[in-house]
Design a protein around this ligand. Structure first.
Ligand code: CIR
Length: 260
């Protein structure tokens, strides 16, 4: 039996394009360096492959600077995939570029028709339910439409809180296994993970919360040694990946792949 919350046979990624320098950012903390981002991306892809999974590497999309952050374009579940409707207007056009890749692997590919908006970065699939945080990118109508789709497949969806000023719900949390969540203290304080086992990222290391469990590894951004040690002591096999360039665009480990 595989656990669909962290045991995956495939991932879809997209190589960063030169237009990444025009990517969206909440705050200007410097221009991302494409060469460094390509190196980091290659390390990320190689780590996913090392688990034995197949990684589908899509080509760069020059017209869409944020297209490397594929997670926001779709939700992948065992029963089917759902194409999102991003709340950032400049990202809407990424979705039709993702659809053919998903149709290769899924018989059932649905889509958010609108008028609501929802991005994959706001969705955490646990062993029990689908948690969705509303944000500047995800609104009530988008959540309601997704809820209708996933209930057809037997999933229950629960709307939760996203801390103010945080781009996506998953900026502040990740799934370590079906029952265990890595979270910032500010998010866990909302009570949204009550009943789960919660590991907190260390104070001052909030950006480590956007990590991913992919098969035997936890991929986490480099530079958060106390959280890396905490996860290692808890028995996780941690791989640290430099994230300095994606971080300039508010991106992290989860945004760089769709996993199924
Ligand atoms: C954006 O603002 O949409 C991109 N610059 C970053 C997207 C990060 N995605 C994610 O956390 N799922």
């Amino acid at each position: 039996m595989t656990d669909p919350t962290f045991e995956f046979s495939r991932a879809i990624t997209r190589r960063p394009s030169a237009s990444i320098t025009d990517g969206l950012r909440a705050e200007d903390i410097g221009t991302p360096d494409l060469d460094q981002m390509l190196k980091d991306h290659a390390h990320y892809v190689a780590t996913l492959k090392k688990t034995g999974a197949e990684v589908i590497e899509l080509p760069p999309l020059e017209d869409f600077p944020d297209a490397v952050f594929v997670e926001d374009t779709a939700l992948c579940l065992p029963q089917g995939a759902v194409l999102m409707r991003p709340g950032a207007p400049s990202r809407m056009g990424e979705v039709p570029h993702m659809a053919p890749a998903l149709r290769e692997f899924y018989g059932d590919v649905r889509g958010i028709a609108g008028p609501g908006h929802i991005e994959g970065g706001d969705i955490l699939v646990t062993g029990r339910e689908i948690l969705v945080g509303r944000s500047d990118r995800t609104d009530a109508a988008g959540v309601a439409e997704l809820s209708g789709i996933v209930s057809d497949w037997g999933h229950s969806l629960r709307e939760v809180f996203t801390p103010p000023g945080v781009l996506h719900f998953k900026t502040d949390c990740s799934l370590l296994d079906g029952e265990t969540i890595l979270s910032t203290k500010r998010l866990a304080a909302s009570g949204c993970f009550d009943g789960y086992r919660v590991l907190h990222v260390e104070d001052g290391e909030e950006a480590a919360a956007n990590s991913i469990r992919f098969n035997q590894f936890v991929l986490m951004p480099a530079g958060f040694p106390r959280t890396a040690a905490m996860l290692g002591n808890a028995g996780y096999d941690v791989v640290e990946i430099n994230n300095s360039e994606c971080a300039k665009l508010d991106g992290g480990m989860s945004c760089l792949s769709l996993r199924f």
